[in-house]
Design a protein around this ligand. Structure first.
Ligand SMILES: [Zn+2]
Ligand SMILES: [Zn+2]
Length: 252
């Protein structure tokens, strides 16, 4: 098993501590062929990128592409799931500028409007046992997948509990990948086995917040071995994944 790319990494532009260049160099040193920079998006409280820092990132990445031609650098974002209706905090126009769209739930997004504040954010923050909560959270992810060109669903069950198998069924149809996240691996073995049966594709992500963790794969590799997950259902094993808004450089 060989990890080809890491498509979920943070820098000091959000809550990571390393520079974009440090992440890129670390990816090269780990033998990766692709790396994505995916800082938290616009509505993340305190740590979200701004339009200004987005433009700065873009400029740096363009320069690093020239400096390090041995690796492909993708500019992505980790968007927040913001409401039960599946809204995310990256507009369709802005989305078209990102190579990779990761979507995940974080307590730290700024709720947009009272409905989202009382219906989605507050119950999750206070761990309220509202009626049909898991079902509603699951629906929120499903609508996000259906309504946005989502490449990767990050760390399911982190922050809000969901039915990952139902989400996997929809993700499989939309060619959206489910993360095996090195920081938050929150599935039972049974859930993973059921997800495999849906035909969904998984992606291994370090979710690195420090450059040394870029390309980390140990937990995911052990899980793939132990549960016998077919290698062709993990898109960044031995190959490069397809992303909805990124024209793959076919040199690999
Ligand atoms: Zn996250
Ligand atoms: Zn992250």
């Amino acid at each position: 098993m060989k990890l080809i790319g890491d498509y979920h990494t943070h820098t000091h532009y959000s809550d990571g501590v390393s520079s974009i260049e440090e992440n890129v160099v670390s990816a090269i040193n780990k033998g990766l062929k692709q790396v994505a920079i995916t800082d938290h998006s616009f509505s993340h409280m305190a740590h979200g990128i701004t339009l200004k820092s987005y433009a700065e990132q873009r400029k740096i990445i363009e320069e690093l592409k020239v400096k390090y031609p041995q690796i492909e650098i993708l500019h992505g974002v980790e968007s927040n799931l913001c409401g039960l209706d599946g809204t995310i905090d990256v507009s369709p126009e802005k989305r078209s500028e990102f190579d990779v769209l990761v979507v995940g739930y974080h307590y730290t997004y700024k709720p947009n409007g009272l409905k989202n504040f009382f219906g989605f954010w507050l119950p999750s923050v206070l761990h309220l046992n509202t009626k049909n909560k898991i079902q509603k959270n699951t629906e929120a992810y499903i609508k996000a997948i259906e309504n946005n060109k989502v490449d990767i669903i990050a760390h399911l069950n982190y922050g809000i509990k969901v039915d990952p198998v139902k989400i996997a069924e929809v993700a499989a149809k939309h060619e959206t990948y489910i993360e095996l996240n090195l920081k938050h691996m929150l599935f039972s073995d049974e859930q993973i086995n059921q997800m495999v049966k849906t035909g969904v594709k998984f992606i291994i992500s370090s979710d690195a917040h420090h450059y040394t963790n870029v390309g980390k794969n140990n937990v995911a590799f052990a899980l793939i071995e132990r549960l016998n997950i077919p290698h062709n259902q993990v898109v960044n094993l031995n190959d490069v994944p397809k992303f909805k808004n990124y024209n793959l450089n076919q040199k690999y």
